[in-house]
Design a binder for this molecule. Structure first.
Ligand code: DX5
Ligand code: ZN
Length: 221
């Protein structure tokens, strides 16, 4: 069985109690904290920036996975690295120089990755696989939590898995959007190893019950 990681998205957490929320979700089994950054420009919503990343950093030891839904990308990368991010991903359409942005993330000491919207082709990976530590497949259109999983994402996860295996490199394959207990196994079977879940976890009273149920599903794949 591959190493599976559950990455709760704090987009659905109680922002008035964010430190406690991230501590609780890690206590209850989260492997990674997924941190959604929206700018009301690249996506039609506005969320949180480096100050909030810095504020939650002392509360957890697990990696903080910053998903940038912002345009432009480069200016904000060093700020997130300084704020304690471990992984930084961005949407290739939001950067004029994708190779440079990937390098910038690594130069700032973080793992780097590209995020693919439902209609964005994986061909952006063609010439940058050596600079990629993580591929994030969106299974909703970015901008909001609580949307429904788009089934076509499964085919794209499988294609991304083929590219990763062909590269011979260790690259994480993350899926984001509408992941629930009843579809996480399908995403794993398609080849994902890292699962973002916002409303499925933070929307429920018992985080441990959801994370445990997700792991049971993953164990059955
Ligand atoms: C959407 C975000 C997701 C979102 C996931 O733009 O990137 O991380 O928070 O939330 P759920 O799991 O509720 O779809
Ligand atoms: Zn996200």
């Amino acid at each position: 069985m591959p190493t599976y990681r559950i990455a709760p998205s704090i987009l659905s957490a109680d922002f008035a109690r964010l430190g406690e929320e991230v501590r609780n979700v890690v206590r209850d089994g989260a492997d990674i904290i997924h941190f959604d950054v929206m700018d009301n420009h690249y996506v039609p919503n506005l969320t949180i920036g480096p100050l909030v990343c810095e504020a939650i950093r002392p509360h957890v030891q697990v990696p903080i996975d910053v998903h940038l839904m912002v345009k432009p990308v480069d200016r904000i990368i060093p700020d997130f690295a300084k704020a304690g991010a471990n992984i930084i991903t961005f949407h290739p359409e939001a950067s004029d120089h994708v190779d440079r942005s990937l390098q910038l993330i690594r130069d700032n000491g973080c793992k780097a990755g590209l995020v693919f919207n439902p209609a964005t082709p994986l061909s952006y990976l063609d010439y940058v696989m050596d600079k990629i530590d993580i591929i994030l497949i969106m299974s909703v259109n970015p901008g909001f939590g609580g949307q429904s999983f788009i089934p076509e994402a499964l085919k794209k996860i499988a294609e991304a898995r083929q590219r990763i295996d062909a590269s011979g490199r260790e690259i994480m394959l993350e899926v984001d959007g509408g992941i629930k207990i009843d579809n996480i196994a399908a995403a794993a079977k398609a080849g994902a190893d890292t699962f973002v879940a916002g409303s499925a976890i933070f929307g429920k009273p018992d985080y441990k019950a959801v994370i445990d149920a997700m792991r049971t599903q993953l164990a059955s794949t």
